[in-house]
Design a protein. Structure first.
Ligand code: ZN
Length: 197
């Protein structure tokens, strides 16, 4: 894929894929990066070291698509990986909301150097508040795809993520990232979403 109108114009920009959970963000992320790979472009994919929902070193979608990824502890480690390798043309960053907030400037610097950045992340947490990094990338990215899911309750278009614990909507004072197996998430529309108290 190329967004350049004039093929002689400079490369390097930021693409953001965002939305709620179960919207197919990871599928779109993997699809886009694989297309760049088919075009024989060197792609590096990164994910935060804390993210191990399905597998340790791959980006894996709910439907089972996979892409090898490098786990990084912070934005500086990602930066060093990218600038160490002169052949890199495209990078992917999964779960960008879970990296430190310096990542926004780092991705901008990488795009300035002529590399295409594809970032993937949730736009809102379960309280419906903007997630860090994605909030700024929505403004800084040249291209934004905001995907929706299907509301678990009414079947309408869903743009929010409801956290359910013990069968009821979670309280507002819970941590943003839970590691227990007790909670689950549902995509919900504006009308079916219940704001945590
Ligand atoms: Zn609904």
């Amino acid at each position: 894929m190329s967004y350049r109108i004039n093929p002689n114009s400079k490369r390097g920009w930021i693409e953001l894929i965002t939305g709620c959970m179960f919207a197919g963000k990871t599928e779109e992320f993997i699809r886009r990066l694989k297309r760049y790979e088919y075009a024989k472009q060197k792609v590096l994919v990164f994910k935060p070291a804390m993210e191990n929902r399905y597998s340790k070193d791959n980006v894996t979608s709910h439907s089972g698509l996979e892409l090898p990824a490098i786990r990084v502890k912070n934005s500086n480690e990602l930066r060093e990986h990218v600038f160490r390798d002169k052949d890199v043309k495209i990078i992917g960053v999964d779960e960008v909301q879970f990296l430190d907030t310096d990542i926004v400037d780092v991705l901008s610097e990488i795009a300035d150097k002529g590399i295409i950045v594809v970032a993937n992340g949730l736009d809102k947490d379960y309280r419906n508040d903007p997630f860090q990094n994605v909030d700024k990338l929505l403004v800084q990215a040249e291209y934004v795809d905001k995907l929706t899911s299907i509301c678990y309750v009414c079947g309408g278009n869903a743009s929010r993520t409801q956290r359910i614990v013990g069968g009821v909507p979670a309280k507002a004072d819970e941590p943003l990232v839970l590691l227990s197996a007790n909670e689950k998430y549902e995509a919900r529309c504006r009308h079916c979403y219940i704001k945590p108290e």
